[in-house]
Design a protein around this ligand. Structure first.
Ligand code: UN1
Length: 532
């Protein structure tokens, strides 16, 4: 396949790199990468051993002392070059992402664009790693904050965004002066290897040492758990399920390390009686079937005012009827396969649970058979009428199942249903009524990290902070001031006077006061007299 050659991928590859150097682990137990598009086993990747892991961490530690000393805008320059390189490889890399994960080519290209965007963003941000300055309560003192590089950042990513999530962690970490170790999902390691090779060219071109951007493909024992327990890694950025995130958070907290968690969502859209359905319907369909329902931001629940319920249902049935499911590399298809056969099993299990718990499947509900679907990973996009309190609705099933839920009365009732799940990533309201919109955005409104108005729940831009509340884990990545979490914060007080006044007016004298101290001492006494 041309795109594999264009990305310099081989049939059998090492999965561990410290930058430009690949560890010779092709002989290790392999991960066989199977495309859900056509079932082809297109790559075999050596899994890292425990000693590979140790080697990668040691190289990263050494690189940190070099990288953190480089001025941040110079680090930004390296990130700029990565962005430029990526532009050259956008088509083959986007194609590989689509082939490896099953997402439509348009979305694969969009994912590469997301990394390019974050590179551009980081170039600017590299000149803005600013701290605040404030006033000291003491005379002749200066009080300010500064941010320093933190160290090694481990980035554990999921299959659904096999390069973008790395991008918005690793590029931010890089300008902050951190070095990163990336553990991609074992379900999508080829895209990660292709990305690493693109980065390697930039590292090589700039004569940079090994260990700034490392990649390590491996299993839970040799890599995943080691990352969680390794004190040399001060920050672990984890994207994945709530269950795994809970384990990761506890393990890293056990050694008082930091985590950034981006876990599951159960994203809802409220359609009020004032919704403009010309906007709402396409947004809902893209939100629910984009990436075959496997985005953290996928629209899973539609909370519709009873006055619009039948109309919305009719529009959706018509739209779903026109969706084309098939090879996602072909432009005509809207939705490709799920990531693997296990995902199909989880989808079918959810469909059964919907029916058992009293819901009605009004569209889809089946896996697809036939020559085009021979990989066994294709399912029908599905619409189900349910109640919000069904246990199945409270879970995040990573599949294109959209729940239709009716509400009556004011928008506050829709918001109450919306918030009545354990996850809190993304949310949206469709309404042209100002009061409803502001109510949704108020403190009593959506409880999610992302709240959208008249656009869907997925497709966040990189400029905002990305992440969510409750079981989504509370982490923030990508834009805004998310960079601060990748640095260590230092509060600095500088005394440029002759005396040593203490804060809070505390008196502590161990020697006869000097002239300057005496003067300050008098001021302090006066202040105390006034009960200041
Ligand atoms: C994810 O699914 O983990 O907002 C990330 C979006 C994308 C990122 C999704 N920008 O849908």
């Amino acid at each position: 396949m041309n795109f594999l050659d264009a990305l310099y991928l081989e049939k059998t590859m090492s999965g561990t790199s410290t930058g430009t150097v690949w560890l010779d682990n092709k002989g290790n137990k392999k991960i066989v990468v199977t495309s859900p598009v056509d079932g082809e086993k297109f790559a075999a990747i050596g899994r890292a051993s425990a000693s590979d892991f140790d080697h990668v961490v040691r190289e990263a530690q050494q690189a940190f002392s070099v990288w953190r000393a480089m001025p941040a805008p110079k680090r930004g320059e390296i990130v700029r070059q990565i962005g430029l390189r990526l532009r050259d490889f956008k088509l083959p890399l986007g194609t590989l992402i689509a082939y490896e994960t099953g997402k439509p080519l348009q979305e694969g290209l969009g994912e590469v664009q997301e990394v390019i965007d974050i590179c551009d963003y980081c170039v600017g941000q590299s000149r803005m790693l600013y701290g605040m300055t404030t006033v000291s309560e003491r005379p002749e003192h200066r009080l300010f904050e500064q941010y320093h590089p933190l160290g090694i950042v481990a980035i554990i990513t999921a299959f659904n965004f096999p390069v973008a999530v790395w991008g918005w962690n690793a590029m931010i970490a890089a300008i902050c002066g951190d070095v990163s170790i990336w553990k991609p999902s074992s379900k999508a390691p080829a895209s990660a290897i292709a990305m690493q090779k693109i980065v390697a060219r930039v590292l090589e071109h700039n004569n940079l040492p090994e260990g700034i951007f490392s990649l390590i493909v491996g299993d839970r024992n040799n890599v995943g758990e080691k990352i969680l327990d390794d004190r040399r890694i001060p920050l672990v950025s984890f994207t994945g399920s709530v269950a795994s995130g809970r384990v990761a958070a506890a393990r890293v907290a056990g050694r008082l390390g930091r985590t950034i968690l981006e876990l599951g969502g159960n994203n809802g859209i409220i359609i009020t009686e004032h919704a403009d359905l010309k906007l709402a319907v396409p947004a809902v369909v893209f939100g629910a079937v984009g990436t075959a329902g496997q985005r953290c931001t996928t629209t899973r629940r539609l909370i519709i005012h009873e006055s619009r319920y039948d109309e919305v249902k009719e529009h959706l049935l018509r739209a779903y009827g026109s969706l084309k499911i098939g090879n996602p590399l072909l432009e005509a298809n809207h939705m490709g396969p799920l990531i693997d056969r296990n995902a199909v099993k989880a989808y079918l299990k959810a469909v059964k649970a919907i029916i058992r718990q009293g819901g009605t499947i009004i569209f889809g509900g089946n896996s697809l058979k036939g020559e085009e679907y021979a990989s066994g990973c294709y399912v029908e996009p599905t619409l189900a009428e349910v109640e919000n309190q069904f246990p199945v609705v409270k879970e995040e099933t990573f599949a294109p199942i959209l729940y239709l839920i009716k509400y009556s009365g004011g928008v506050e009732n829709g918001i109450a249903l919306h918030n009545d799940v354990e996850q809190g990533l993304s949310s949206a309201i469709f309404s042209t009524n100002h009061n409803q919109v502001e109510g949704f955005l108020s403190a009593a409104g959506s409880d999610c990290g992302i709240a959208n108005v008249n656009i869907g729940t997925s497709g966040a831009e990189i400029g905002g902070a990305f992440g969510g509340e409750k079981n989504t884990g509370g982490g923030r990545e990508s834009g805004s001031d998310a960079w601060k979490f990748y640095m260590r914060r230092q509060t600095v007080t500088v005394n440029y006077g002759q005396g040593l006044p203490l804060a809070q007016g505390i008196r502590f004298e161990i020697e006869p006061p000097t002239r300057g101290d005496k003067y300050l001492h008098e001021i302090l006494l006066k202040k105390q007299e006034k009960n200041f």
